[in-house]
Design a protein around this ligand. Structure first.
Ligand code: CAA
Length: 427
């Protein structure tokens, strides 16, 4: 279906079968942050296009968020843990220098012992590295009928009072990647890549908070978009760019969203790379990108999961009207690397999206006061050394896949045991 006349024939369909996410239970309204920092709220809401940012509590860490998202996607999609042959977790806020988040997930979800499980890192690109690796794993036949679980999980932290502070956030997105996907068929082997060694954003080993050369990072993102998009055009060839051919137009594009305005800058830049002028630019942004920014605007930057939270938003808003339509995806990881690729919304995506209930994780969140937010952020520093309650043992709970809408059924981080092991509990 994807490849026709003049393009290489490619019959396999591989892509995202199901998607869900989890966020912390609390958030900060960015108007409150603006007032506290002596900034006009419009700078954040109109200048950066952000409304709220999720803030992790003491029992929420990248593992608990990842487990929450993974449990939700498995339960809501009707997939069993025993169908998973590959579990990849993309993160840039790992909890251990050696043991990957994927190993914790393996235990907490009760994945099969024959499952390949590991973690990937390249700033916000880590999840895409996992997704594209999973697609190749299936295309190569290594899956032997099984599916992959790809989870992107992060807590985005910048220093209090820094320019990056309004662009924080936290959350995890979990995807099941399979052949015959029910949501988005990806164009296998047709991606555009870009890489360059830059210091636009980094987090030295002894720090919890990221450092960034903010305005330079914006330019690096745009340069990476130009490079990856040009390479994608080469990869798909003239037939893949022929917008007069039925179904070949990219009707929507999801971008990596550190904050909404960055996605807007990206879209306008891409239009200029296509030789399109300013006329119609605002309308194009509102139609082609706007629906993908609603969820990110409520959660903030979730780093590796940010592109896929944008995809959740798009599918929640428009899965029905996008049936059979082609969608572009742009992933950026500081440092830097990027990839531009495309997929097609499955005709039956809308009915699955209704079952996935993609608004559920945002229900019943609690709004923090500035004092509560600052207290949580200050307590963060010691979170990885907090002792777990006496007598509590690290445990996975194989086969127990409790699931509920909202925040019930989340995995909780309890602290560190006497042997410096992280301890989790499933409520
Ligand atoms: N009303 C409306 N708009 C206003 C305003 C007002 N009162 N006051 C300012 N603005 C606008 C500005 O005009 C500007 O818009 P444009 O970019 O369209 O010109 C916008 O608000 C932001 O203003 P500033 O550029 O002055 O903001 P800043 O310098 O304080 O910080 C930032 C912006 C550098 C992006 C900072 O938030 C930051 O460092 N963020 C973290 C780094 C980041 O997210 N980089 C993105 C690319 S890297 C990446 O994508 C990887 C990743 O996930 C981190």
């Amino acid at each position: 279906m994807l490849w026709g006349k003049g393009m290489k024939t490619h019959t396999s369909t591989i892509g995202i079968d199901a998607i869900s996410y989890s966020v912390p239970r609390a958030y900060l309204d960015l108007r409150d942050l603006a007032i506290a920092r002596g900034v006009t709220p419009a700078k954040y809401t109109d200048g950066l296009l952000v409304e709220r940012m999720a803030v992790a509590g003491p029992d929420e860490d990248p593992v608990s968020l990842a487990a929450g998202a993974a449990r939700r996607v498995l339960a809501a999609s009707g997939r069993g843990a025993d169908e998973i042959g590959l579990c990849v977790v993309g993160t840039e806020t790992a909890v251990d220098h050696s043991k990957p988040v994927a190993a914790f997930l393996h235990g907490l979800l009760g994945l099969p012992s024959t499952c390949r499980a590991f973690e990937t890192k390249h700033a916000c690109f880590g999840g895409t590295a996992g997704l594209l690796g999973a697609v190749d794993w299936i295309a190569a036949g290594s899956n032997r009928g099984r599916s992959a679980l790809v989870v992107c999980t992060d807590i985005a932290r910048y220093a209090l009072n820094s320019p990056g502070e309004p662009t924080q956030g936290a959350g995890a997105v979990a995807m099941i990647v399979s052949s015959r996907p029910r949501l988005l068929e990806l164009e296998v082997g047709r991606t555009g890549s870009y890489a360059r060694d830059v210091h636009d954003f980094w987090r030295p080993l002894d720090r919890k908070e990221a450092l960034t050369d903010g305005h330079f990072s914006v330019q690096c993102y745009l340069d990476a978009l130009a490079g990856a998009y040009a390479d994608w055009k080469q990869a798909v060839g003239p037939a893949g760019l022929d917008v007069d051919r039925d179904g070949m137009k990219l009707v929507r594009t999801c971008y990596h969203v550190p904050y909404g305005k960055m996605a807007k800058k990206a879209h306008l830049h891409r239009r200029s790379l296509d030789g399109l002028g300013d006329a119609g630019a605002e309308e194009s942004f509102a139609t082609e990108v706007g629906p993908s920014l609603r969820l990110p605007g409520q959660v903030g930057n979730v780093y590796t999961g940010s592109l896929y939270l944008a995809l959740c938003s798009l599918l929640h808003e428009e899965a029905e009207e996008l049936a059979g339509k082609r969608v572009g995806l742009f992933s950026y990881g500081s440092g830097c690397t990027a990839e531009f690729f495309a997929g097609r919304v499955h005709p039956e995506a809308a009915s699955l999206v209704r079952r996935l209930d993609l608004m559920a994780p945002l229900r019943d969140r609690r709004q923090l006061s500035m004092a509560e937010y600052e207290a949580l952020r200050r307590a963060d520093e010691g979170a990885d050394r907090r002792p777990a309650p006496e007598g509590v043992q690290a445990r996975g709970i194989p086969g127990r896949m409790g699931y509920a809408n909202g925040h019930e059924g989340l995995v909780k981080f309890l602290g560190i045991d006497a042997g410096a092991r992280r301890v989790y509990d499933l409520q």
